[in-house]
Design a protein around this ligand. Sequence first.
Ligand SMILES: *Cc1c(COP(=O)(O)O)cnc(C)c1O
Length: 392
Amino acid sequence: MDRQATVDLGTVTANVAALHGQLTGDGNREIQIMAVVKQDAYGHDAVMCARAALAGGATWLGVAHVAEALALRQAGIDAPVLCLMAVPGEAHEEAIRAGVDLTAGSVAQLATLVEAARRARRPARLQLKADTGLSRGGATRATWPDVLDAALAAKAQGLATITGLWSHFACADMPGHPSIGAQLDGFHEALAIADKAGVSPGIRHLANTAAALTVPESWFDLVRIGGAMYGLSTLPGGAPSWLRPAMTLRARLALVKRVPPGTGVSYGHHYVTGRETTLGLVPLGYADGVRRALAGHRLVSLHGKRWPIAGTVCMDQFVVDFGDEPVAPGDEVILFGPGDEGEPTAQEWGDALGTISYEIATSIGPEVPRTFPANDLGPSPQTGASYEWPAG
Ligand SMILES: *Cc1c(COP(=O)(O)O)cnc(C)c1O
């Protein structure tokens, strides 16, 4: 394989276990973890990461779309799964048959799910979502009572069970932002209204990774963590050091050449060599997630040192200037990883691009193979792969 994103599943398990330790650390009440594996586990592979997270103590899984939930079921994963988005036209009937929890944040969404339950001849497992300030999904303060009433009516008809009440932060990764306290208050109010309406809440949850790390009052019965399980965070400065990035993006040099001073490199000749130097060709490009805006950045690691992306990043490849470093075709470069060997992290890539590490991880294209080094859980059932490069 000349390029691969290796995902250390032992790291995913350890990150979840470490977080679980933090949540329940001083022997206080049990707080559950929902491992959010939407968008193929932020590009890390949903089924593999779901299993790794469950091994680390997660008890729930979270996805965006029904199809993602069904894929987990098809892989034989029977842990509780919550579909966080509510999108009309998705396979709700199948989801209900598969015992997937579905989110309703409006009377119309709830009606769609209840109709699907009627067809499935099974009650839908519903989690009701309050909009406490993100203004994305969920019921506003004004419509929340109507959603609760509609859910109670569906329950009375045997078409729904209410398994949870939840909401989502807008600014949890901006510590001290006034909206955090306001949303906490809003969620408490939503819970109180539900209680008064006679809804037994099931699990109550509000926190994402940033809130799990910084706002203990937001933990309620469960925290939903995506980034933290992959060793990523949207907090300033990234994840704390006790969380470890799970993904390493590597490639082998496809070609190495010595060129004279004044050589124009890649489309547009935006890079011209200042002296005789060694260029190496990396078989990853913007279609694989290496964005064109990274031209010029020293974000490629080889022999423990950083080297600059020379000239325009192409669709499938880019060039690196290695100066007088002895390099050969087939040598491994690391684009990002946990940072142990001086390589950049996804956080650094995000900083270079003015974005978050999540966008870096999810942008690695599907053509880049994900491989899973053997770990304490045993070799990966999918590939049995080791991350070692094949000999020769
Ligand atoms: C994606 C998502 C999460 C996970 O967020 P992280 O910052 O990755 O922990 C939690 N809740 C909802 C509703 C989400 O959409």
